[in-house]
Design a binder for this molecule. Structure first.
Ligand SMILES: C[S@@+](CC[C@H](N)C(=O)[O-])C[C@H]1O[C@@H](n2cnc3c(N)ncnc32)[C@H](O)[C@@H]1O
Length: 273
């Protein structure tokens, strides 16, 4: 089903309205994506049309959380695309420190899923500041539309297997074994620098005075218009000369492309002009 078809389908509207009242605007996503995800939920609940599914949402509000999960592909990992965090540590962090006496950096992980990206940023930043002998402090704000993902992020407990990409030293310095066998927890030092909250990137109040925004592997699910709107929101959220880091297959489209400079093309690192 194409965008016009799904979004003008009268039986889809009651679902969109209900979901919007819970804080998520379905129209931001490509219709093919929403259509496929809804089909999965319809099948799982044993119904064959949108009217029946809207009735399920009314009878069983716990279905909202499952639908939100189905809509958010929460796939993520620590140090996903290592080269990006390497470029951030080696080039962006020294540049930020050289530019101002501002010693309290604010980094936003927008669409942070279960927190791995946000903790990766905090670890990479701690390591960089240590290497540079800097006394700068920082806060990493992690936001995601999935409340469940944010709960996991706040818990900061991950299976040991998810730490496989990290050098042993990093694991022993930033994690500690959890009382639950097979799991590790992020250490207190890093956790104290984190703030997690749930919310839709398009609808929720956006953070302000941010030095770097990581929004990786989120925009791929969104239509062009919504992407353009988000770039404008990101532009406003950023401090002067702030940075925007996208996923490896993403780029800035439309008018906002002119207000960002591509600083590191391969790593998808852009800077506010
Ligand atoms: C594939 S994950 C990417 C996670 C992480 N940024 C990374 O690159 O590893 C996409 C995340 O975007 C979140 N997401 C999708 N639409 C969103 C929206 N409108 N507002 C906030 N988060 C959203 C999903 O819930 C999901 O956790």
């Amino acid at each position: 089903m194409n965008t016009a078809e799904l979004y003008s389908d009268a039986s889809f509207k009651p679902i969109a309205e209900r979901v919007l009242r819970r804080g998520l605007d379905l129209h931001q996503y490509k219709a093919s994506f929403v259509g496929r995800r809804l089909e999965v939920r319809l099948r799982a609940r044993g119904v064959d049309n949108y009217q029946k599914y809207a009735a399920i949402l009314d009878e069983d509000p716990s279905e909202y959380a499952v639908l939100f999960d189905a809509l958010s592909i929460n796939v993520t990992e620590f140090f996903r695309d290592e080269a990006v965090f390497d470029a951030f540590s080696r080039f962006i962090v020294p540049e930020m420190l050289a530019r101002s006496n501002e010693v309290d950096l604010r980094i936003w992980s927008a669409g942070c899923a279960s927190g791995e990206e946000a903790y990766t940023i905090a670890i990479a930043l701690t390591e960089a500041l240590k290497r540079l002998g800097s006394a700068a402090t920082f806060t990493v704000l992690g936001t995601d539309v999935s409340k469940r993902a944010i709960e996991v992020a706040k818990l900061a407990k991950y299976p040991f297997s998810s730490l496989r990409k990290l050098p042993e030293r990093v694991v022993s310095e930033y994690f500690r074994p959890s009382p639950e066998e097979g799991y590790y927890e992020v250490g207190r030092k890093v956790r104290d620098s984190m703030r997690f909250s749930s919310g839709d990137l398009v609808l929720a109040t956006r953070p302000t005075n941010v030095d770097v925004i990581f929004c990786r592997n989120v925009l791929i699910y969104m239509g062009r218009e919504v992407q353009a709107k988000l770039f404008t929101r990101f532009y406003r959220a950023l401090n002067a000369s702030g940075y925007l880091v996208l996923g490896m297959t993403e780029t800035i489209i439309g008018a906002p492309a002119g207000v960002f400079e591509a600083r590191m093309q391969r790593e998808r690192i852009f800077q506010k002009r």
